[in-house]
Design a protein. Structure first.
Length: 94
């Protein structure tokens, strides 16, 4: 039941935030001409490693704004859909 609720919330949030995610992605791409997403390798409780998705945060006003308001972590909803992360629990160490 918990998994179903997490999937429903993640899908809902992705749909709701889709215009915002596209604006962020476009702003990152236009200011860096580089890939929009980046990954960091993390380990789950069982020791399995997986890639956590983040928006790339360049050293400019776009990157500072994304980090300041923690918007760079929105792509982690993809990890929730993939079953690699949970919506509830301790935050990942950066």
């Amino acid at each position: 039941m918990k998994r179903f609720i997490e999937i429903a919330i993640a899908v809902g949030l992705l749909l709701l935030c889709a215009p915002l995610l596209l604006i962020f992605a476009l702003a990152i791409y236009l200011t860096t001409s580089d890939s929009v997403l980046t990954t960091r390798r993390h380990q789950d409780e069982q020791g399995k490693t997986f890639d956590v998705y983040y928006f790339r945060t360049p050293a400019n006003v776009v990157g500072r704004w994304l980090r300041r308001f923690s918007m760079d972590t929105l792509p982690q909803l993809i990890n929730v859909l993939r079953g690699e992360m949970s919506l509830i629990g301790p935050p990942l160490d950066r």
